[in-house]
Design a protein around this ligand. Structure first.
Ligand code: ATP
Ligand code: MG
Length: 392
């Protein structure tokens, strides 16, 4: 698709072993991890009274509630310049449409619910364009903890909430995507493991989620043994592809959440998919191994699936207050250009809390900046699919 996808200039790449890694900021290590609750930080400042600070926040919130619902913008009272407030009208930064708000807290529960409802079901909830044929997407990166599952789940949820029929396949024995989608994945539940072993069709294991139009093929712990069990089976690399091909339910998107490895499970996903979606965490080590991942994509393309292409790269856990995040984002954008979605996902407490409630961040707190960023990323992803020839 794009010769940049074969680029091997990443820090973990042997071809680049002699080169120095990206430099840390000249003035020392990056600033400490951000808090999503700056009012707490403010309250802790010398001389600040946390009770007064919170009361004045509530008063200000009550004043601004109508404007917040109408414009999705929360204004900051001039008298409290030290408390950073959320704004969705902030202009884009050089590293993408990353809003630099510093917390997720809605002003009041009513404001949050109203704003969330406006975004999910209200006039702003315009359906995204739907592809003419199913987009088969492997969400993969062999690096662990970079936001694969979070992105697979929240992109799937955002697309479904905007009118698409989406199947999210959990291909990780950890079963994190199943958890986040509120789907039972205890041992013994019909799961993608039996599908790979040829014991069930994928239609038999698909479960509905609380979101209309969003379904999940869950993973149980049994899948941990599949890497080994698959080795001796016929067509071991294309078992998922065959299972998906036999699916009669018409999905707009099939999103496959891969485990953090390049083993047979990930190979099955890459053989089944036409697109590869790579989440990259905006952290120092996040680029390590990317060269190897892209070489594997080339191998799969050469031998097993000529249609596979890296279609999308998403920057995750972006913290605009660290120079390191900006450096990583700038480097990824300079290497991968238009493959990188302009919307980056900020580091956000709401995003990490949502799976604990068996929810996507969109349904957990649709007004939060994490939810908004995933909506924006999903819109871009959907629009690109509708305009870049990914459909026939
Ligand atoms: P694995 O390789 O283990 O499958 P992964 O790549 O799927 O991991 P996730 O599980 O999505 O990564 O995310 C790793 C951790 O980071 C999780 O605890 C998740 O809640 C958290 N996380 C992901 N995205 C964000 C975000 N935007 N803000 C805050 N926390 C996040
Ligand atoms: Mg995961």
């Amino acid at each position: 698709m794009d010769d940049r996808t074969g680029h091997v200039g990443w820090p973990g790449d042997p071809a680049r072993a002699a080169e120095p890694p990206p430099k840390l900021p000249a003035d020392g290590p990056p600033v400490a991890a951000s808090t999503d609750r700056p009012e707490a930080a403010s309250a802790g400042a010398p001389g600040a009274d946390p009770v007064l600070a919170r009361e004045s926040l509530v008063r200000a919130a009550l004043r601004g509630v109508n404007e917040a619902v109408e414009t999705h913008t929360v204004t900051q009272p001039a008298a409290e310049p030290s408390v950073s407030r959320e704004t969705h009208a902030e202009p884009s930064t050089a590293s993408g449409n990353v809003s630099r708000e510093t917390h997720d807290d809605p002003d009041t529960p009513i404001a949050a619910a109203a704003a969330a409802a406006m975004r999910v079901t209200g006039p702003g909830a315009v359906a995204f364009p739907r592809p003419r044929e199913t987009r088969l997407v492997a969400v993969a990166n062999q690096k662990g903890g970079v936001g694969k599952t979070t992105s697979a789940v929240n992109m799937s949820a955002a697309l479904a909430l905007r009118g698409a029929q989406v199947l999210c396949i959990d291909l990780d024995p950890q079963g994190n995507a199943s958890t986040a989608l509120g789907v039972d994945h205890r041992e013994g539940v019909p799961s993608i493991y039996e599908v790979l072993l040829g014991e069930r069709s994928i239609a038999e294991v698909i479960a509905p989620t609380p979101i209309d139009g969003l379904y999940c093929a869950p993973a149980t712990i049994d899948l941990a043994g599949a890497e080994i069990e698959l080795v001796s089976l016929v067509a071991r690399e294309s078992r998922l592809q065959r299972a998906i091909a036999a699916l009669s339910q018409p999905f707009d998107y099939v999103m496959i959440d891969c485990p953090p490895s390049l083993g047979l499970l990930t190979v099955n996903a890459l053989v089944a998919a036409r697109e590869m979606f790579i989440p990259i965490q905006c952290e120092y080590y996040a680029l390590e191994g990317l060269g190897q991942l892209l070489r594997n994509v080339d191998l799969i393309r050469a031998h097993l699936n000529a249609e596979l292409a890296v279609s999308t790269i998403l920057l995750t856990m972006y913290d605009g207050r660290t120079r390191l995040a900006d450096q990583v984002a700038a480097e990824v954008r300079s290497h991968f250009g238009s493959l990188v979605l302009s919307s980056a996902i900020p580091r956000s407490v709401r995003v990490s809390e949502a799976p604990g409630y068996g929810q996507s961040v969109m349904t957990y707190d649709g007004a939060s900046r994490g939810a908004q960023a995933y909506f924006e990323a999903a819109r871009e992803f959907a629009e690109r699919g509708a305009t870049t020839g990914m459909e026939p």
